[in-house]
Design a protein around this ligand. Sequence first.
Ligand code: PLP
Length: 370
Amino acid sequence: MSIKKLVKKSILSIKPYKPGKPIEDVKREFGLKNVYKMASNENAIGPSPKAIAAIKKGLLNINRYPDGNSFSLKKALAKKFMLRPENLIIGNGSDEIIVLALRTFINKGDEVIIAHPTFLVYKIASTIVGAKIVSVPLKAFHYDLDAMKKKITKKTKMIFIANPDNPTGSYVNRTEVEKFLKGLSKDIIVFFDEAYFEYITARDFPNSMRYVGRGNVIVSRSFSKAYGLGGLRVGWAAASKEIIGYLNQVREPFNVNMLAQIAAIAALDDKKHVLRSQKLIKEGNKLLCEEFKKMKLFYVPSVSNFVLVNVGYKALEIYEKLMRKGIIVREMSAWGLKNFIRVTFGTNKENRLFLKYLKKILKINREKEK
Ligand SMILES: Cc1ncc(COP(=O)(O)O)c(C=O)c1O
């Protein structure tokens, strides 16, 4: 008997999420000593030193199970963001909170509205739970909230808004969000994914925590980006006490490991590290975009720690050539953006190396085309 017959129907069409290529794989495949990863929107300066110190101390206790309720981390988050612990949930990365929300609220056939292209996990996780995906194209690389609102039907159960978006790095402002929420049925869960929140400097960025009181809004954030803890997997979300209660019913009892909890508490308190991360991103953004302009490459202005740039129809070849030089970026065919690559801002050295090789490769390509 074929196992395929046993697999849930909703799973069969799924294309698994393909993460950025790991450094060790590229070293091995191309025999390289130095490889730089600018592919997964990670923090190039490393983890928060305070988090490392806390982990070292905490290591002696890993014979015990973690606190399943993440009590101390919730307390620290509540204090920092002026929220109540009962309005918070901690996840194994904010990825897990996306999955938990879908598992909690979606019945087979419910509609989930998702922009296209956007963070791929929304579609994959929605498909797994049997949702009907209603896909709404971006408008000029920007979430089109008006068009998303128009797609609401009686079957709509959840709407995802990545703010800022990945892979474009664009954001929706307060006016757009408030217009979107006005008159919106409370029977629809609105999920604001703010994984890159700490990089935002735009004054018109919405304070989405204010919408939590509406009762149908979930706002998620991550420790993987500005705090530099991607490898530990910690994210969190704020929502009404009622929503948090149901998410907790679905959550696995020990979903966030002990070291992740300890490290996140320490990282929250590490203002110096967050400031350094923010500065690095600001500088990287400025440098890469200025150079793209000089190279006459179209890019999407980003408020995040990465940028989407059009390098032409040979994007896949360019991605591969960069990899041979030890620079891993993201090729965008999974998002249907065939002419683009997405580059995470790195250290100054990494940014300059990337630009050096990109210029070299493009010049070679352009000469060949003549
Ligand atoms: C928009 C968006 N949301 C969520 C995540 C997942 O973050 P985490 O590491 O907290 O699971 C990412 C990761 O790249 C992202 O780009």
